[in-house]
Design a protein around this ligand. Structure first.
Ligand code: PRX
Length: 632
C-alpha cells in the first residue's frame, strides 16, 4: 500500500517505525494481498546460511494478485499498453480481463506441453506483449521463468539453459530494433546445436512472419498451441518461499549466476516499492523503458505495476528510431505520467540536442526515474529541466538484480532530491556503510562500502544450483551483512550517493558485465595469450570496456586482430560486452604471486594522471611505462 507521508519528517517517522518493528511493518503490507492461506511466521533469517524466509507457511499465487484480484474493480482498465517499434504500426492493449484470459490460455498450452510446477522455462524474446504473458503463464502454473536478454549470444543462451536445466525455450522468429531485424530463432537453433540437452520443446512466437528454419521434432508455433486453449486456468497454489524466477547476472568471477527470487516476498516488495516510489494513482499511465530481460523489466514493467493494478507500457523499439525524439513522442501520445529510464539513454538523447524534447508536450509527467548506474550531474539537470520541466521530481533509484526491488531512492513530493544522490532508504530497508574491515561507519559525511544489515522481503534467496556461491559472494565478505559490491558516500544530512562497483564488475550502459567473463571470451581467440579487462569513464555509456591483450606473435594487422577479438566476444557473450578499446601489450603488470594489478590498468585506461602508487613490488615494473607509452 502507499504509505501516508507528505514530508521528510513524516518519512523519518515511518522509517523509524519500520526499523523498530519490521515484522509488524511487513505483515501489514502483506495483508493487502490475496493469500490462499495466511503465513505462520513473518520472518526467519540467518545471514550466515544464508537462510531467509518471509511469510513462511503462507500460500498464494502471484498471478492471482496481478490479475484475478483486479477483475472486479478494474477488469476493463488497460493493464498492458504496447507501443510498437515502428510508430506507424498499431498500438496494442490488453485490459486486465483480456490479460487474464491470455495468460490462462498460455498457461494451459504450457501444461499441454508437459510443463509443471518447478520446471524451468527460458524466454529469449523481444519486447512484445507475449513475453509478459508467457512469464505470467509460468507463474500461473508454478513453473520457474528465466528470461535471457535477447541480445546475448547463442553460447550465452546455451550456458543459461544448461545451468537452469530448462525444459523449454520460448522465443520469437525475429526481433525488430529500429531498422534492424534480428534473427532470434536462429540464435536459439545455434544454442541448441551447442548445448541445451535438457530442452524438450521450443515455442516460437510469430513476430515478423519471416522465414525460419524449423525442426518438426521440437519446434511449435505459439499461436497454434495457445489460440485454441481454454481461457480458464486455475492458479497453482505456491508456498511463499517457492521459487518464482531465476535471472542470470554477472559477478566478478566465473560465469553469470542465477539469482533466485521467491513468490511471497518478491510480490510484497515489488508492489510496495512501485506504489511508493512512483506515487502511482488510478488512471495514470506508467512507462518503464527497460527490457524484461533485466530485473528492472521484471519488477517494474511486469510484476510491480500489475500487482498495483496499474496501466504499464511496454515499448518494442529503441530511443533513436525513427529519431531521437521517440521517447518524448511516446510520452506525449500516451500522456505518460511516470517515466522510468537509464542514465545512458538520457546522456545519449541529451547529446542529440534539445529540439527533440522541446517539440513535445510532456506536461502529464509527474515522476521521472533513473536506474542502473550513477547519473552524472549534467544528465541529472538536463533530465530535470528539459524532461521534468522542474515539475516532475527525479527518483534516482538504486537497487540490483539481487535486491529484487528499489532499496534507496527519493520519494517524490516527500523527500527532497539532490543531483546524483539516490538519497534515503525505502522504509523497511537498512543500508549501512562499512570500512574495508567491516566496521560500521556511523557518522555522516563519510564514504564506505554499501551493505544491508537486515533482510527485506525481495532479497536474493540463493544462486541457482550453488548456494555456497551466494554465501561467498554476498554474505561472507562481512559477517552478518549483505554486501552489495558498491561503494557509496553519505552526505552530512544522511543522503546516500552511489559511487559505483568496488569489485571487478563494470557497468556499461547500465548493463552489468564481469571483467573475468570478457577476458575468458577474449582468451578464446586463437591469437591471444592473455588479457586483462577494466572499465574506464565513457561519456555516453557511463563505463566503457578497455582490454589489454598480449597477442601470440607479432600482430601485423592490428585492425584485423581487433576485429577478431570483438567478433569472439560477440560470439561468446554478445555485442554488449565488446571492448570499446583494445591495446596490444607485451606484458601485464603482475604481483610476485602472479596476480594482475588491475588498479594500475584502470588508472591508465582512465587517463588518470595521479600517482599509480608503489609499483616497485611488481614482478615486472618496467611494463607500466611501456603500457603508458603505447597508449599515448
Ligand atoms: O552498481 C550499481 C548499479 O547497478 C548495479 C546493479 O546492476 P543490476 O543488477 O544489473 O541491476 C540494475 C537495475 C536495478 C548496482 O550494484 N546501479 C543500479 N542503480 C543505480 C546504480 N548505481 C548508481 N545509481 C543507481 N541509481
Amino acid at each position: 500500500m502507499t504509505l501516508k507521508m507528505n514530508t521528510l519528517a513524516e518519512y523519518k517517522k515511518v522509517y523509524q517505525e519500520s526499523v523498530d518493528h519490521p515484522e509488524a511493518f511487513w505483515s501489514s503490507q502483506a495483508e493487502t494481498f490475496s493469500w490462499s492461506k495466511k503465513w505462520d511466521t513473518t520472518l526467519e533469517w540467518d545471514f550466515d546460511g544464508p537462510n531467509i524466509s518471509w511469510f513462511k507457511g503462507g500460500k498464494l499465487n502471484i498471478t492471482e494478485n496481478c490479475l484475478d484480484r483486479h477483475i472486479e474493480s478494474r477488469g476493463d482498465q488497460v493493464a498492458i499498453l504496447w507501443e510498437p517499434n515502428d510508430p506507424s504500426d498499431q498500438v496494442k492493449s490488453y485490459t486486465y480481463k483480456e490479460l487474464l484470459a491470455e495468460v490462462s490460455k498460455t498457461a494451459n498450452a504450457l501444461k499441454e506441453k508437459g510443463i509443471t510446477k518447478g520446471d524451468r522455462v527460458i524466454f529469449y524474446m523481444p519486447m512484445v506483449p507475449e513475453l509478459a504473458i508467457g512469464v505470467l503463464a509460468c507463474a500461473r502454473i508454478g513453473a520457474i521463468h528465466s528470461v535471457v536478454f535477447a541480445g546475448f549470444s547463442a553460447q550465452a543462451l546455451a550456458d543459461r539453459v544448461d545451468d537452469a536445466q530448462a525444459k523449454m525455450i520460448i522465443c520469437s522468429d525475429y526481433n525488430r530494433r529500429g531498422q534492424k531485424m534480428i534473427p532470434v530463432k536462429q540464435v536459439v537453433d545455434d544454442a541448441m546445436d551447442i548445448g541445451c540437452n535438457s530442452i524438450e520443446h521450443v515455442i516460437v512466437h510469430k513476430n515478423t512472419g519471416d522465414k525460419v528454419n524449423w525442426s518438426d521434432d521440437s519446434d511449435y508455433w505459439w499461436h497454434e498451441l495457445v489460440d485454441s486453449q481454454s481461457d480458464h486456468c486455475p492458479a497453482e497454489i505456491m508456498d511463499a518461499e517457492d521459487m518464482l524466477f531465476i535471472l542470470y547476472t554477472s559477478g566478478s568471477t566465473g560465469k553469470p549466476k542465477g539469482v533466485v527470487h521467491t513468490c511471497g516476498g518478491y510480490m510484497v516488495y515489488t508492489c510496495f516499492s512501485f506504489k511508493n516510489v512512483f506515487q502511482y494513482e488510478p488512471g495514470d499511465v506508467y512507462w518503464c523503458t527497460a527490457d524484461i530481460g533485466w530485473i528492472t523489466g521484471h519488477s517494474y514493467i511486469v510484476y510491480g505495476p500489475l500487482l498495483a493494478g496499474a496501466t504499464t507500457m511496454m515499448f518494442e523499439g529503441v530511443p533513436t528510431f525513427p529519431d531521437a525524439g521517440r521517447f518524448w513522442e511516446i510520452c506525449e501520445k500516451h500522456k505518460v505520467n511516470q517515466f522510468y529510464t537509464a542514465p545512458t539513454a538520457i546522456r545519449a538523447l541529451m547529446a542529440c540536442g534539445d529540439h527533440f524534447v522541446e517539440k513535445y508536450d510532456l506536461s502529464a509527467l509527474k515522476v521521472i526515474g533513473s536506474v542502473g548506474e550513477p547519473i552524472n550531474e549534467e544528465a541529472w539537470h538536463w533530465y530535470n529541466d528539459k524532461v521534468g520541466k522542474g515539475n516532475a521530481p527525479i527518483v534516482d533509484t538504486w537497487w540490483q538484480t539481487e535486491t529484487g526491488g528499489i532499496l534507496i531512492t527519493p520519494l517524490p513530493g516527500i523527500t527532497d532530491t539532490k543531483p546524483t544522490y539516490a538519497s534515503y532508504p525505502m522504509p523497511g530497508v537498512q543500508p549501512i556503510l562499512v570500512n574495508a574491515e567491516g566496521v560500521e561507519l556511523h557518522e555522516n559525511d563519510v564514504e564506505g562500502l554499501l551493505c544491508i544489515k537486515f533482510p527485506w522481503p525481495s532479497m536474493i534467496r540463493t544462486t541457482y544450483g550453488d548456494h555456497n556461491r551466494c554465501k561467498n559472494v554476498y554474505f561472507s565478505p562481512f559477517p552478518n551483512r549483505y554486501f552489495t559490491g558498491d561503494g557509496a558516500r553519505r552526505d552530512k544530512d544522511g543522503r546516500l550517493r552511489i559511487i559505483g562497483r568496488v569489485d571487478d564488475v563494470i557497468n556499461v550502459s547500465g548493463h552489468r558485465i564481469g571483467t573475468a567473463e570478457v577476458e575468458n571470451a577474449i582468451n578464446e581467440y586463437d591469437q591471444v595469450v592473455e588479457s586483462a579487462v577494466v572499465g574506464y569513464p565513457h561519456e555516453i555509456k557511463g563505463q566503457g570496456i578497455f582490454a589489454y591483450i598480449i597477442a601470440k606473435e607479432g600482430v601485423k594487422d592490428v585492425d584485423a586482430f581487433n576485429l577478431g577479438v570483438r567478433t569472439m566476444v560477440t560470439k561468446v557473450i554478445g555485442p554488449i560486452a565488446k571492448p570499446d578499446q583494445i591495446l596490444i601489450v607485451s606484458g601485464l603488470p603482475k604481483t610476485r604471486s602472479g596476480k594482475i594489478m588491475r588498479r594500475i590498468l584502470r588508472k591508465i585506461a582512465s587517463k588518470d594522471t595521479g600517482s599509480l602508487g608503489d609499483i616497485s613490488t611488481l614482478l615486472n615494473p618496467e611494463i607500466v611505462e611501456e603500457i603508458k607509452a603505447a597508449l599515448s
